[in-house]
Design a protein around this ligand. Structure first.
Ligand code: NOJ
Ligand code: CA
Length: 552
């Protein structure tokens, strides 16, 4: 960093790549990706141009939810490697100029965490109050967990239940207990002392529960109601989040990316403003356009491009008004974007490039999920037995319970399954895609012999867009400029202007399936990027479906 001037906003200039460790690269051929595998692929990431890695949970875990169930916050899952190997990864990344952020999962732990084990073993132990236990013969209320069924699980041999917003093997921590909070802060600070650059913070809007624990009218045939109404972004959360920031992140020049679903735009200033809880947050308003809620996959929508564009514009405006956003197309909970946002018959490498160009230059820090840069597609599965993800299995049976046929249920799950993006990374066309020499823990996608990291036009395009944002003469505009949408275009066209000190860059993308003619906002000086063959005059450009252009 420059002399003594510390740039508190350094994270605005990053390009962040998300690694799902179980599926990135297997170094010891047991079929499971690992930390040495990530280290082996650092040169690939360097060449791609990314500056920060976000690694999904690598901590000790029984892997019920693939690491989002932590049994020891300060140890590494042996499947992934050792603390020494993590330290080596951190050092090697540093030498290449790549920072590392980790996943911070502090709403819940695994049921195998020592705290929970002690809480279960002795009802008079102080650890009972580390979690949310309620005495009684019946479940305390009708809240439905995010992964299905009641949020309450009976304690064996007692008239007592404990609460889990996610799986029953992910008991929620009791944030009302000061000792719990202090223990978490100390753990966070130890990781930051180690030299990681920050955290992506899991499910953080769930830490405060309505203390009345009262039932609500059912919203499903199971007689239950989504627990989100009583456990997500509830009043009182502000004091926990302020304290979290004050006791940890504030003491370090680190980045924090909040996974903060359920926050209305009016509250964005509290979350990401100058004194906000986090550096940036993910906004899910348009990511979940194809379903009514991210957890009920049978409630599909008939979304239109016009609606998508409206949500995207609202999101960018809200983020700009309040602070900074984390822009993404994919992650480990979402389907592949080419399958989700592009209509059948158009799912080509060029369309993958069009989507990339559309989102990458939005105002905010861009995130790339592993394999997105290859233009990967969803992995279609033919029976529920082929799924690993707990949420897929729950959604399948819940759909049937709601009256859909098994075939319909499987279709919903194929469209939305979190296993779509969790398939092993295909590095080449060899057996198991060069991910491993052993059969991987989850089957590869069908297309891997063609779509892989060996020779791939989408990958080359990603290198280009990263280079434009990071190292070109328009970098400062693309990184720090403001955003304004052009309104004089068809509903299917997303067009925006980035500007900084009177310098401007324009991005225009056709997100529809028809050819679109667009009146240019100004005569083109230089075409910085384009995805399909160009067809233009001085004043107009004709865009094919999913074609995108960047110019100034
Ligand atoms: C959000 C994570 O992204 C997801 O993968 C996980 O299952 C839940 N939080 C619970 O930790
Ligand atoms: Ca391995």
């Amino acid at each position: 960093m420059n002399n003594s001037i510390v740039d508190k906003n350094w994270w605005k200039d990053e390009v962040i790549y998300q690694v799902y460790p179980k599926s990135f690269k297997d170094s010891n051929n047991d079929g499971i990706g690992d930390i040495p595998g990530i280290k082996e692929k650092l040169p690939y990431l360097k060449e791609l141009g990314i500056t920060t890695l976000w690694i999904c949970p690598i901590f000790k875990s029984p892997m019920v939810d693939n690491g989002y169930d932590i049994s020891d916050f300060e140890d590494i899952n042996p499947e992934f490697g050792t603390m020494l190997e993590f330290d080596e990864l951190l050092a090697e990344a540093k030498s290449l100029g790549i920072k590392i952020i980790l996943d911070l999962v502090i709403n819940h732990t695994s049921d195998e965490h020592e705290w929970f084990q002690k809480a279960l073993a002795d009802k008079n132990s102080k650890y009972r109050d580390y979690y949310i236990f309620k005495e009684g013969k019946e479940e305390p209320n009708n809240w439905r967990s995010i992964f299905g069924g009641s949020v309450w699980e009976k304690v064996p041999g007692e008239d007592c239940y404990y609460l889990h917003v996610f799986d029953k093997r992910q008991p929620d921590l009791n944030w009302e207990n000061e000792e719990v909070r202090q223990a978490l802060y100390a753990m966070i600070n130890r990781w930051l002392e180690k030299g990681i650059a920050g955290f992506r913070i899991d499910s953080i809007t769930f830490i405060k529960k309505d203390q009345d624990y009262s039932s609500l009218p059912a919203d499903g045939v199971d007689g239950l109601v989504s627990c989100k109404n009583k456990t997500r972004n509830r009043p009182g959360i502000e004091s926990f989040l302020s304290e979290l920031r004050r006791e940890t992140f504030d003491k370090y020049n680190c980045v924090t990316v909040g996974e903060a679903p359920g926050v209305p735009y009016e509250e964005f200033p509290q979350f990401i403003g100058d004194d906000g809880y986090f550096s940036m947050i993910f906004d899910f308003h348009y990511a979940d356009i194809d379903v009514e809620s991210g957890s009920d996959w049978f409630k599909r929508t008939n979304w239109t491009t016009a609606e998508f564009k409206e949500l995207l514009m609202n999101s960018q405006h809200a983020l700009q008004d309040a602070g900074w956003g984390a822009n993404f197309l994919e992650n480990h909970d979402q389907p592949r974007v080419l399958s989700k946002l592009v209509k059948e018959g158009f799912r080509t490498p060029e369309s993958a490039m069009g989507l990339a160009s559309m989102y990458f230059f939005l105002r905010g820090t861009p995130f790339i999920y592993q394999g997105q840069e290859l233009g990967m597609l969803n992995a279609e599965r033919t029976s529920i037995q082929q799924f690993d993800d707990i949420s897929s299995i729950d959604n399948y049976y819940r759909s049937i319970e709601e009256g859909f046929t098994p075939k319909e249920a499987l279709d919903f799950v194929n469209l939305r399954s979190r296993d779509n993006t969790r398939t092993p990374m295909p590095w080449n066309s060899s057996q198991y895609g060069g991910f491993s020499e052993h059969e991987p823990w989850l089957a590869m996608t069908e297309e891997y012999p063609e779509i892989n990291g060996k020779s791939n036009s989408v990958l080359e395009f990603y290198k280009q867009i990263i280079d434009l944002r990071q190292n070109s003469n328009v970098s400062s505009i693309l990184k720090r400029g403001s955003i304004e949408f052009l309104t004089d275009v068809s509903d299917n066209v997303v067009a925006y202007e980035r500007s900084l000190e009177n310098q401007k860059v324009y991005s225009i993308t056709n997100l529809g399936t028809n050819v679109e003619e667009v009146q240019l906002p100004k005569a083109i000086d230089k075409i910085l990027l384009h995805t399909h063959e160009l067809n233009r005059t001085e004043s107009k450009i004709t865009l094919l479906p999913y074609q995108s252009i960047l110019f100034n």
